[in-house]
Design a protein around this ligand. Structure first.
Ligand code: ATP
Ligand code: MG
Length: 588
């Protein structure tokens, strides 16, 4: 592996260049950014990119970053989402400036400014239905039609807007629109709606309001209130920037905030839309927002992805205006990159095959005189406890592994008909090193009614605890767990939750459609794309020290994968581990 693979690249994207220039020219003396989630779902990997950017640049340039909930749409929003988003941002390792902020805390101010716009002749109340408004906006060769209320007097508009606020209208009966240009080339400038009637309870403001500002109106003004210098958002807001600028100019700020757009993160096999992720939760194809297969921060945390790995990933993918799809293996690379140097080791046998060591008692009786000096072990009541570092690369303590007469090895480590190049046990190669222990030699095996090997009888070479065998070379090393002292554990193995389009056959799609004749398009999309093997539950046996893992503690299970003790379900009596990521890098 080269150095460039190891070290994430320098951060020098176009946004950082703009900020550097703005500080150098004196346009700004310091920078203020914000991360503005709508509390209508859980944060996902796409938001992580935005969080790393907003908090990251604030940090690097000595500025601050606010956490602001863009809570202008009460029917889709909940306090539960607010709480989880706060927890996720903190878990990712970022600290927002001061208190959490809410667009809803600015509703009084936003209302006053709407009145100001009316007084300036820049806004009017429209009684057209939502359909009429859409229709009359024109476009695609169709001319626009101004609203019958477009030229109402300022006084009429003031009275009508106040009536809107006082609950005189039902939803859809009246809206406040900015008065800009019904023939503007940018549809967003054709008198956009800035307030609508919504008789809804709000998680922050309760029942105080029955009109709510639109995001496009609330967002620039919230930025202005907070003295945001660089308002960073994804490219789909580029067409909204003229309105953003219009609003802050009309209200008249000395130092207006400015919006900059970067490309959103897309990852293969991964949905980055709260709405679609919500669908997965509602359909019950995952166990919840924090299912370890979900690309939500809550899911990735439960999956065992370290926050540092997510930050490393964001640094490596960088920020630009180019659209594209990031290879999922790049995310796994970063996760592995962090886990490599921070996890303890352990042995777990996922497909147990029993091995009885026929000469166990005689072989270990004189372990003290026969072993290599540096190996630490003790014999206690027929169990040889072998001491090993928790992590061979870290000086963080030791663990004892019990070696007993009966052990389990993995079924795939003994093949009756090995493929070419197979280096583990087979009738042609009967000797192998047990990791951290003796060299084992298979003497015979039993086969069940299905022709499957059901048990091995073996012996160990008493002189090989830490020492090389004499007069021969033994190549392979396999992991193992004591059969009598190992602990049964539930282990969850994962594949991608979703297939990519090009992994689906026409036949599969047709079958799913035929089986679900009444499903809508979104549901059909999920049903066709869901990978039925995304979760596989295995009854494994783990070395005893692993059962004492703390929830969320991460390990490298030798020769298997990185695993995390499930943060919700794991206990010492019923250990549950989730696969984090494989040991080998699949990314080129
Ligand atoms: P979703 O479609 O998942 O609801 P959103 O953009 O509507 O996403 P918000 O809560 O409004 O969700 O987003 C908060 C911030 O996160 C916004 O600035 C948005 O641009 C950014 N963001 C959302 N998705 C991505 C993504 N895939 N990549 C980068 N930034 C994103
Ligand atoms: Mg949004």
């Amino acid at each position: 592996m080269t150095d460039t693979m190891n070290n994430p690249p320098e951060k020098n994207d176009f946004i950082r260049q703009i900020i550097r220039d703005d500080l150098a020219s004196g346009k700004h003396n310091g920078i203020v950014t914000r991360f503005p989630p709508e509390p209508n779902g859980y944060l996902h990997i796409g938001h992580v990119k935005s969080i790393c950017l907003n908090f990251g640049v604030a940090d690097e340039f000595g500025g601050v970053c606010n956490l602001r909930f863009d809570d202008t749409n009460p029917t889709a929003e909940k306090q539960d989402f607010v709480d989880n988003i706060k927890a996720d941002v903190a878990w990712l390792g970022f600290e927002w400036a001061g208190e959490v902020r809410y667009a809803s805390h600015y509703f009084d101010k936003l209302y006053e400014w709407a009145v100001q716009l009316i007084k300036q002749g820049d806004a009017y109340v429209d009684f057209q239905t939502p359909d009429e408004i859409r229709e009359h906006r024109g476009g695609f060769g169709k001319p626009s039609v101004p609203s019958p209320q477009r030229n109402a007097t300022i006084d009429e508009n003031l009275i009508r807007f106040e009536a809107m606020k006082n609950g005189k209208y039902k939803e859809g009966e009246a809206v406040l629109r900015a008065k800009i240009d019904m023939n503007h080339a940018n549809m967003n400038m054709r008198d956009p709606v800035i307030y609508r009637v919504m008789h809804a309870h709000h998680h922050q403001t309760g029942d105080k309001w029955c009109i709510y500002p639109m995001y496009d109106y609330a967002h620039p003004l919230s930025d202005a209130i907070e003295n945001i210098t660089h308002s960073l958002c994804t490219l789909e807001f580029e067409d909204h920037r003229p309105f953003y600028d219009w609003v802050v100019q009309k209200i008249g700020f000395d130092v207006p905030p400015h919006q900059y757009e970067f490309s959103r993160l897309n990852l293969d096999h991964t949905l980055t839309s709260k709405r679609k992720l919500k669908r997965l939760v509602e359909m019950g194809v995952v166990s919840g927002w924090d299912d370890p297969r979900m690309p939500t921060v809550a899911g990735m945390r439960r999956r065992g992805y370290p926050a540092e790995g997510l930050r490393d990933f964001c640094q490596r993918i960088g920020v630009s205006k180019a659209d594209g799809v990031v290879d999922f293996r790049q995310l796994e690379f970063s996760i592995r990159y962090v886990l490599e140097n921070t996890t303890n080791r352990g042995m777990a046998v996922l497909r147990p095959l029993k091995v009885t060591i026929s000469n166990f008692d005689e072989a270990v009786a004189n372990f003290e005189t026969l072993k290599k000096d540096s190996v630490k072990a003790r014999l206690d009541d027929g169990v040889l406890w072998i001491t090993q570092p928790k992590n061979t690369n870290m000086d963080n303590g030791e663990r004892e592994i019990p070696f007993t007469k009966e052990i389990y090895i993995d079924k795939t480590d003994f093949e009756l008909n090995p493929p070419d190049g197979y280096k583990r046990l087979s009738p042609n190669n009967l000797e192998i090193r047990l990791r951290n222990s003796y060299v084992l030699k298979v003497e015979s095996w039993q086969v069940d009614d299905n022709g499957q090997v059901s048990e091995l009888i073996a012996s160990i070479d008493p002189k090989t605890l830490g020492n090389n065998p004499e007069g021969r070379k033994v190549k392979g090393v396999i992991h193992w767990v004591s059969a009598s002292l190992g602990v049964p554990a539930t282990i969850r193995l994962y594949e991608h939750l979703l297939f990519e389009d090009d992994e689906l056959t026409e036949e599969h799609i047709a079958n799913v459609k035929a089986q679900n004749p009444t499903a809508d398009d979104d549901t059909l999309w999920v049903l066709t794309h869901i990978n039925p093997n995304s979760l596989q539950v295995v009854n494994a046996v783990i070395e005893p020290s692993l059962a004492n893992a703390q929830p969320d503690e991460k390990f490298q299970f030798e020769r298997e994968s990185y695993f995390v003790a499930d943060g919700v379900e794991h206990t010492a009596d019923n250990p549950v581990f989730n696969q984090i990521v494989g040991l080998k890098d699949g990314f080129k």
